[in-house]
Design a protein around this ligand. Structure first.
Ligand code: SAM
Ligand code: SF4
Ligand code: SF4
Length: 361
């Protein structure tokens, strides 16, 4: 097996963009067909959300009659922890809880408390609406930090993006609550959709300069089949950096670790840092170490996958951890995904791709 993997690792390295190196996997580590380790596990704990962000859960598709998963199909906390433990044994070092809106899952702090016993970095991505209510319980349960999505700083612009009339002030208050209890450093993620919220780039940058929070801009992606994505609505990260740089000079800084997806920039006047994630214009598949567990226990090796691997059936039919371990290893070893590197107008057409709110962002 090894003889086959090593040349592939070399090929992958040769195609890595500058500054993005693949860490050599330790002896015996689980690696996929492109020499990538499994390192990050994203767990979706609900497919429901109280927002209807236009690029993620458009109202026309996710309306009042939308059939969300029934409770019986959701993985229980015990099942999630079992899968997570096996993943950690296989090399996972980071776990991110996501959704849908993860803070809508009842007693989410109980899951956090269990996962916090594992030797991993434990984070959660949220729209921030329930953070004021939940921050203390999450911190006490052992959560390390949060990432908050925020697509505008002007109230009207933010409401246009969340499409449920949710006020920006309440999310800012949630961010404050998270900071007060020490769920830091807090990352603030803004998805930029050209023509919808790109007028928010500078106001957001002005707002979060000199804060302790790290603002990052993400290119709008063709995830799922319902958002009507088209390339014209993607604003390249290079333009985001140029726009900010015109008002506040920026200089590039090194990645925190090899394979970090965000490109980091620093305000030269000491105003802190800002990041960009160029999922569309500068694919980072060659260093992608992420795997996703959906709300109902399907395992997806790529955000753009069209099908998953059913772990819930394994869990619910009396199989032991060894069977789980074998299945997970087989799935990762057979992984060859690199969607963002081979994206074309044809691959991004609607049809069959899993929704972000289901698979977990
Ligand atoms: N509800 C939580 C939130 O919004 O933070 C967690 C789940 S959400 C699916 C996770 C992340 O995916 C959010 O930051 C969201 O902005 C991002 N996202 C959703 N659809 C996207 C798309 N089409 N392109 C880029 N990012 C997207
Ligand atoms: Fe909900 Fe997050 Fe999707 Fe917005 S991005 S609709 S908050 S799941
Ligand atoms: Fe990873 Fe798939 Fe995204 Fe590429 S497209 S970075 S393989 S999740």
């Amino acid at each position: 097996m090894k003889a086959r993997i090593i040349p592939i690792v070399r090929t992958v390295r040769a195609t890595l963009p500058p500054g993005r190196d693949l860490v050599a996997p330790p002896e015996g580590a689980l690696v996929d067909l492109r020499g990538r380790r499994v390192r990050d596990l994203r767990i979706s704990v609900t497919d429901r959300c109280n927002f209807r962000c236009v690029y993620c859960m458009p109202k026309e598709v996710f309306g009042d009659d939308y059939a969300f998963l029934p409770r019986s199909k959701l993985l229980s906390f015990e099942e999630i922890v079992r899968v997570a433990r096996v993943f950690v044994d296989q090399g996972v070092e980071k776990i991110r809880i996501t959704g849908g809106e993860p803070l809508l899952r009842k007693h989410i702090e109980n899951l956090i408390e269990q996962l916090a016993k594992l030797p991993v970095e434990l984070t959660l991505t949220t729209n921030g609406s329930l953070l004021r209510k939940k921050a203390r319980a999450l911190k006490d349960a052992g959560l390390h930090r949060v990432t908050v999505s925020l697509d505008g700083i002007d109230d009207a612009a933010f409401k246009r993006m969340n499409d449920v009339d949710y006020a920006v002030g309440d999310v800012l208050d949630g961010i404050e609550a998270a900071a007060e209890v020490g769920l830091a450093p807090i990352k603030i993620n803004c998805v930029v959709k050209r023509g919808s919220n790109d007028d928010q780039i500078l106001p957001l940058a002005r707002h979060f300069r000199h804060s302790r929070h790290i603002l990052r801009f993400i290119e709008y992606m063709d995830v799922g089949s319902s958002n009507g994505w088209c390339m014209d609505e993607v604003l390249p990260s290079a333009d985001v950096v140029a726009r900010i740089g015109q008002e506040f000079p920026l200089e590039a800084i090194d990645a925190n670790y090899p394979g970090e997806v965000a490109e980091r920039w620093r305000y030269t006047d000491g105003g802190g840092e800002v990041g960009v994630i160029s999922s569309v214009t500068q694919a980072f598949c060659s260093s992608c170490t992420r795997i996703r567990l959906s709300t109902e226990g399907q395992l997806y090796t790529c955000l753009f996958a069209q099908s998953g691997h059913d772990l819930r059936a394994l869990l619910r039919h009396g199989n032991g951890d060894e069977a789980l371990r074998r299945e997970i290893a087989a799935v990762w070893r057979g992984r060859d995904d690199r969607y963002s590197e081979i994206r074309t107008a044809a691959t991004s057409l609607p049809g069959g791709k899993i929704e972000m709110s289901y698979i977990g962002g």
